[in-house]
Design a protein around this ligand. Structure first.
Ligand SMILES: [Zn+2]
Length: 160
């Protein structure tokens, strides 16, 4: 499998930032790869997906402190994602890999409390859309909760 190097970022990714590691088990090449290689590997092993993305979107991370699962309230995210489970685990551990991969079997994306989000799909562009959709959903919830705190009258849509 192909994975980004440790501490690389989407914004300035180059071909040199991608390394090949074994999908069935760890090897010495893992030392150069992202700390979350173990999570990516477990998702590939437990789902039929061919692309996994991981990011640290701020609204999603903030909501992860308050929810066991995030339920999108905006129409698009609500229809597509239904819910985003929130799991726990230390970065780069087998424990995190297991809980994320298990939750990923039935969801497009999984949030990790105080950390970030994983999304997986058949293709990379689709996984990227899910990452963006999760953060958009979290941003809408964040804004809505803040407006509710301003004592405005909340109008729930009659139907989605
Ligand atoms: Zn991370």
């Amino acid at each position: 499998m192909w994975v980004t190097k440790h501490a690389s970022s989407f914004e300035d990714l180059t071909p040199e930032d991608i390394v090949q590691v074994n999908v069935t088990g760890s090897s010495s090449f893992d030392a150069h790869a992202s700390i979350e290689t173990v999570v990516h590997r477990q998702i590939y092993l437990e789902t039929r997906n061919l692309a996994v993305l991981h990011a640290h979107p701020p609204n999603t991370v903030a909501l992860s402190f308050f929810h066991g699962e995030i339920t999108p309230i905006d129409t698009e995210s609500h229809y597509k994602l239904k819910k985003i489970p929130v799991v726990e685990g230390s970065p780069g551990t087998r424990e995190l890999a297991k809980v994320v991969a298990e939750a990923m079997k039935k969801n497009y994306a999984v949030a990790v409390r105080a950390h970030g989000v994983f999304a997986s799909a058949k293709h990379l562009d689709e996984a990227y859309r899910y990452i963006c959709m999760v953060e958009h959903a979290a941003h809408i919830i964040y804004l809505t909760e803040n407006l509710r705190g301003a004592r405005l009258k909340f109008i729930k849509p009659k139907k989605f």
